[in-house]
Every structure is written in C-alpha cells, then in structure tokens.
Design a protein around this ligand. Sequence first.
Ligand SMILES: O=CC(=O)O
Length: 245
Amino acid sequence: MSTGINHIDEAAVKEHGVKLGNTANVQNNSVADVAIGVMIAAAKRFKEGVADIESGEWKFGTNQTLGQDIAGSTVGIVGLGSIGQAIVRRLKGFDVARFLYTGRSDKPEAISLGAERVSLGKLLKESDYVMLGCPFTPETKHLINKEALNKMKRSAVLVNYARGDIVDQEALYEALKEKRIFAAGLDVVTPEPLPKDHPLISLPNCFIVPHLGSSTLTTRNKMAIIAANNVLLALDGKPMQCPIN
Ligand SMILES: O=CC(=O)O
C-alpha cells in the first residue's frame, strides 16, 4: 500500500517469484497538498509562530518573524513525476513566477505546465523552493548533501515529500542551524519514526510532519482497494492494476 517500493527487497521478490504491485497515482493529490502545506509552514515560520502562541510571547508581526513569499518565486522540482505535476498545477494559483525541474529525461507534460528542465546545479542555485519528489535509489541517496545545500540561496526553503534518505540530514542540520538556507519542510525523514531527541526537531526553522502524504480517508481507501484487487488479480494469474514485476 504505497507508491515507493524502496522498503521491498526487489531481488528477493524476483528470486522467489513473488508478484509485486504498488498503489501508484491515487495519492498524487493528497501528497501534493501535504508538500505545499509543509512548504508554506516552513516559508511562513509557522513552527516559531505556534511556539510564540504557546509560550505567550507573541513576537509575531515584528521583524524577527518575517517569512518568504511564494508569489513571484522560482520553484524547482527534483523529479517531475505525477506528484510534482500536481504540485505545479496547484502552485500556479499562488502566482509562482518560474518552474524548473530536473530528471533523467524531458517530461512531455512539462510543456503545458510551463516547467523548464535544467541541471540539478542550476535548479539549486536559482530556486527559492527546492521540492524533492524523486524516487529513493542508490543514485539519489544523499543527493542533497553539504555541497548541494551550499549551492542553494540563503533565502531558500527545502521541501521533501519523497524519502528521507535523499537528504544528508547531518548536512541539513548544519545548513539550517547556520542559516545557510532559510528553512526546511519535511514530510519524510530518516529514520521513521524520528526519535524525539533528534537534532532536527530542535530547530525552529525545520518543520516536520510524520509522513502524512497519503493520510486522508479517501486516499487510503483508494489505496486499500487497489492493494486488495492486486492480490485477487495475482491469485487469478491476471495482470495486477499497478504491477511492478
Ligand atoms: O510514501 C508513500 C508512498 O510511497 O506511498
């Protein structure tokens, strides 16, 4: 019951002749909503705002709590898959000025979305929001490391709705602490669950939610139905709805 299959040992599945299917695509809208949710929360400093309210300090509205705008910004999507495309469609309503993306090949959908394919280096340098939506593979492990974070603008926000291991979290901690980037909004981390004394949790400019991407009743129901159908189809020797092998 997931889109990502990085938690499955694909070689073992193949070796034992086990049929594998996922629940791709039905969670695109829900995950896109959460990605934009954490993006806004990080950009507008919601974590510090909530802490102010809870402590009764009410610093809001002073220049200590200025956030970042989304209108007029450049948004860079690392991996313009179906979720990335749902994010772009939504962010058009926020008057984003420019969409960039990286990927192994040109996405035909990018033309109508008005997204330009660039190198990762250019995307990191020019984006106000860097959105991570690529699959986790050996090639994408720690794709966002110290060097990558150093390329980002000091005012930039990093958003991860893909997998925690795409980011080198020690490097992210340093970059956020030293304010080398503005903030991070994370729906995914490593490990999950994140221990409650994890350093990232202590940072005011790191907004984390516990992998909520697909957690709506409607989306989880759709996923459950696909998973159940996949089992029945596989038992009948028929092609699964979302086959991987
Ligand atoms: O992260 C969630 C999924 O892969 O479905």
